[in-house]
Design a binder for this molecule. Structure first.
Ligand code: OGA
Ligand code: NI
Length: 370
């Protein structure tokens, strides 16, 4: 990479060019990043190029041998429970991330979901365009970069969003036909796994197993089905800028390409894909209700020459739209010596905020600090 040229180009980015216009023109194609790749571009458009200071900083980062913890859920309903709870606690307190294996979701359900999302993105572009919208009241919507019009740098990815704000609300017939069965089956399984994970997290906090479930953590969820096309200049952009998730918990299904990185011990650590594994991470809301015991950690996705990469992030957001409920540090977890660090909040308020500021503006937790 020629640093000097890159810096010049992006300095110009900030001052001279009509970013808003270029962003709008890209949005108007309704074909997303995949549309650019299909058109055979060799140089990525300026709206995707990261600021020079970020690109320079990247050169000083180095490889690490760290590994996100892997937790085997086999025996969770039996004699392994205590051991598993200890592992979940350790991971949630330090990494904010772990992978699970033997979680009970059949491999074919995971593979068909990945395949369904790939097919959705690779179908006839005219069919796909029918789903292209920024109307957030739509339960099923497709677009590129939900924050396209206010982020500093666009990300190299397209996303199909499926929101279930109240589980009874969402009619599977609304899902795109090409991935309908896969999505339905995946949702059925992943919501069940979430209940198990919330039990483990409750126990790991020293609460009764049902606590997080009873306050509604697994209640509403949103699926972000991402498609990261191969990128001709991956060093200049990102698949997803660094961010933490505006959720209680996120369960992430990824294919075998790799690219997800977690910020740990002052460096970016790659999350190695595991066949049949799922990535789990603590979101901002769980950091708040646990009064900082569990950590919501920054993560990002690098772009790559090899692609497309497909991933599906399921955000569990608690009571949100239907029955707004206020959350704050759990009483049992605070005391005179350990007073609440955060104010109460509405999940809806924060989810909107998290998704209406740039993804790289990681300030949700700061805003909630007392
Ligand atoms: C997200 C996210 C990671 C990935 O959707 O919030 O972090 O690998 N996704 O797609
Ligand atoms: Ni995320």
């Amino acid at each position: 990479m020629d640093i000097y040229d890159t810096s010049r180009m992006t300095t110009q980015t900030v001052t001279d060019y009509h970013r808003a216009k270029e962003v709008q023109a890209f949005d108007d194609t309704k074909a997303g990043v995949k549309g650019l790749v299909d058109a055979g571009i060799v140089n990525i458009p300026r709206i995707f190029i990261r600021p020079p200071e970020e690109l320079v900083e990247e050169l000083t980062s180095h490889q690490t041998n760290f590994q996100v913890p892997v937790i085997d859920l086999d025996g969770v309903r039996g004699n392994k429970l205590e051991e598993i709870v200890d592992q979940v606690r350790a991971a949630a307190e330090t990494w904010g991330f772990f992978q699970v294996v033997n979680h009970g979701i059949p491999l074919n359900v995971l593979e068909e979901m990945i395949e369904g999302i790939r097919k959705f993105n690779e179908q006839d572009v005219e069919l796909k365009k029918q789903f292209y919208t920024r109307d957030r009241t739509r339960n099923v919507r497709f677009n590129s970069n939900f924050d396209l019009h206010y982020s500093r740098t666009a990300n190299w990815r397209d996303t199909l969003t499926i929101s279930a704000l109240a589980s009874t609300d969402l009619d599977p017939n609304e899902y795109p036909e090409v991935c309908r069965d896969a999505v339905r089956e995946y949702i059925k399984n992943v919501t069940k796994l979430a209940e198990t994970l919330f039990e483990l997290l409750s126990l790991a906090l020293g609460l009764k197993a049902e606590h997080l479930q009873e306050i509604g953590c697994p209640k509403e969820y949103t699926l972000l089905c991402h498609y990261y096309p191969s990128c001709p200049q991956p060093d200049l952009t990102l698949g997803a800028s660094g961010h933490s998730d505006p959720s209680f918990l996120t369960i992430l299904l990824q294919d075998q390409i790799g690219g997800l990185q977690v910020f740990h011990d002052n460096q970016w650590v790659g999350v190695q894909p595991i066949v049949g594994g799922l990535v789990v991470n603590i979101g901002d809301f769980l950091q708040v209700v646990s009064n900082d015991k569990f950590k919501s950690v920054n993560h990002r996705v690098v772009a790559g020459h090899v692609g497309p990469r497909v991933s599906v992030a399921c955000f569990f957001m608690g009571h949100n739209a239907e029955i707004p409920k206020s959350y704050g540090p759990i009483k049992e977890l605070t005391s005179e010596e350990n007073p609440p660090i955060y104010r109460d909040f509405l999940a809806s308020e924060c989810f909107n905020k998290g998704f209406s500021t740039a993804v790289d503006d990681n300030s949700l937790l700061h805003q909630l600090k007392l």
